[in-house]
Design a protein around this ligand. Structure first.
Ligand SMILES: Cc1cc2nc3c(=O)[nH]c(=O)nc-3n(C[C@H](O)[C@H](O)[C@H](O)COP(=O)(O)OP(=O)(O)OC[C@H]3O[C@@H](n4cnc5c(N)ncnc54)[C@H](O)[C@@H]3O)c2cc1C
Length: 463
């Protein structure tokens, strides 16, 4: 398309979303610098889900997925809280055949290193640059509005897209991507005030070494290659989520319980580990097999859980938000990283030679129209699945399960909706509308016209 030009892009935050955005944008021909507040040292990690809707972009970008040492998931298993007997199983055996890509479970640090290598290493376009120990100021967030305006000018000047970092360094870019995570400073600079409340549930995370468990004669859950859940039935906050990573060598446990039994809403990930007694305390009646695993849990960290209402917008001028900065969600659909990757993919498409006509703000307006509805839908479904595992993608279609009950069968989120989505179709439809062109494609919001969803809804059919 005429008008395309290479951009100087500044990505604030070098996490999963920031690295993905850098990778997608460098491949689209742009010169990317990533600014990260930390130096990535001393990070404690856990598993991160990457379902087919995330994995497909890793392949499109030529990422060496083996570097992430993933476990390829074969099943989702929901177990009885007390006995551990399977209650609901969703089989993923034909998942790759149906959707073209596998469901990977990564360890966050390995996944991060894998994306970083791809963003900064050899490959299409100019390798992205990483500048560590550069933090965008967040101090304006709590100030009265009249002071905030002054503060904003010092953080990112939205007229000139000049970023001023904590250390006094300034940098000017044509496009600025705020990928600075759940506590985003860029979000505040764009004038968004999150409506949020602490979740009614708390979460502690623990890592269990598979070899150690096996040596002690405990069940080897890594053999299942499954995301396994205990409990989580309707109206209950108690839930254990087990996900194997590092080729099965590590078992990552997310342990949820009612907030009144322990409030970690204000504690940051990466703080000093909690004692194992604290992890076991909420679970007197839990299946003893899994309880024994938790008793050898290490690196026990609180996972801060806040429920955010959707934000009204995720871009202003030439600055946009991406990943948790733009749509933080509860972890119960395991889609946080995938949504950040999809955001990055959308930027990569919108700013490539076919679609970008030189108008950054217009492309970001389309980015917002493509990304906000889809991420918001997953965000809402994640909040629902927090207290009802039947709302979790996969289990949401296991209608024959004795305990199956969902809020509204027409609104369930399903694997079909997540994986049949065609982002190119979505981008073309929304770009055409923005530019006043006729759209003749076969998608509505990226879903193929005529697709029958398990909820009974057919895409394009009148209600
Ligand atoms: C240290 C860490 C460990 C995590 N571990 C897990 C895990 O084990 N399992 C899991 O499911 N999810 C984990 N997450 C969250 C998960 O990675 C994200 O929910 C998801 O991948 C979305 O990615 P994101 O890029 O939007 O956010 P993140 O991956 O959180 O990345 C945000 C990045 O921005 C940086 N940053 C923040 N503020 C500023 C600022 N003002 N200026 C510059 N840089 C800034 C952060 O240091 C971070 O590198 C973790 C996040 C972090 C930061």
């Amino acid at each position: 398309m005429s008008g395309w030009r290479p951009l100087k892009v500044g990505v604030i935050g070098g996490g999963i979303g920031g690295m993905s955005a850098a990778l997608a944008l460098r491949r689209a021909g742009h010169d990317v610098t990533i600014y990260e507040k930390s130096d990535f040292a001393g990070e404690v990690g856990a598993s991160v889900s990457c379902a087919a809707n995330g994995t497909r972009w890793l392949h499109e970008w030529g990422v060496d997925v083996a570097k992430g040492d993933p476990v390829v998931l074969k099943k989702l298993i929901n177990r009885d809280w007390k006995t551990g007997e399977p209650v609901s199983v969703y089989d993923l055996e034909d998942y790759e055949k149906r959707w073209g890509y596998v469901y990977n479970m990564f360890h966050r640090q390995y996944m991060h290193a894998m994306l970083k290598d791809s963003a900064m290493g050899e490959g299409d376009g100019i390798p992205a640059k990483l500048v560590v120990n550069h933090r965008v100021r967040a101090s304006g967030n709590n100030r009265p509005d009249h002071l905030l305006i002054v503060q904003q000018c010092r953080d990112i000047d939205l007229n000139t897209n000049t970023i001023t970092f904590d250390n006094g360094v300034t940098a000017q870019h044509d496009l600025v991507v705020g990928a600075d995570g759940i506590g985003s400073a860029v979000r505040g600079i764009l004038g968004i005030k999150p409506e949020k409340k602490p979740s009614d549930s708390s979460c502690l995370h623990a890592n269990v070494d598979t070899d150690e468990a096996v040596k002690l004669g405990l069940v080897d859950y890594s053999q299942d290659s499954a995301l396994e859940y205990w409990g989580g039935q309707e109206g209950k906050w108690d839930k254990i989520v087990l996900s194997p990573c590092n080729g099965g060598k590590l078992l990552s446990y997310y342990c949820f319980f009612p907030r009144e039994q322990g409030d970690y809403a204000t504690q940051a990930w990466g703080a000093e580990g909690r004692p194992v007694e604290e992890l076991l305390k909420p679970y007197p009646n839990l299946d003893p097999q899994v309880l024994k695993h938790l008793s050898i849990g290490k690196e026990i960290q609180p996972w801060r859980l806040w429920v955010h209402e959707p934000y009204p917008y995720i871009h202003k001028g030439n600055v946009c938000l991406l990943g948790d900065a733009g749509h933080p969600m509860m972890p119960h659909q395991s889609q946080g990283a995938c949504m950040a990757i999809e955001d990055a993919a959308a930027l990569g498409i919108l700013f490539n030679k076919k679609y970008f006509n030189g108008d950054v703000a217009q492309s970001l307006a389309v980015y917002e129209e493509v990304r906000l509805p889809r991420a918001t839908r997953v965000q809402a479904a994640a909040a629902k699945a927090a207290y009802n595992i039947n709302e979790r993608i996969g289990f949401s279609v296991n209608k024959d399960t004795a305990t199956y009950k969902v809020e509204d069968p027409k609104k369930i989120l399903t694997i079909e909706e997540m994986n049949a989505y065609d982002m190119y179709g979505d981008v073309e439809e929304k770009l055409a509308a923005k530019r006043g062109d006729r759209y003749t494609g076969k998608f509505i919001c990226g879903l193929p016209i005529g697709l029958e969803l398990p909820s009974g809804i057919t895409i394009g059919a009148s209600a």
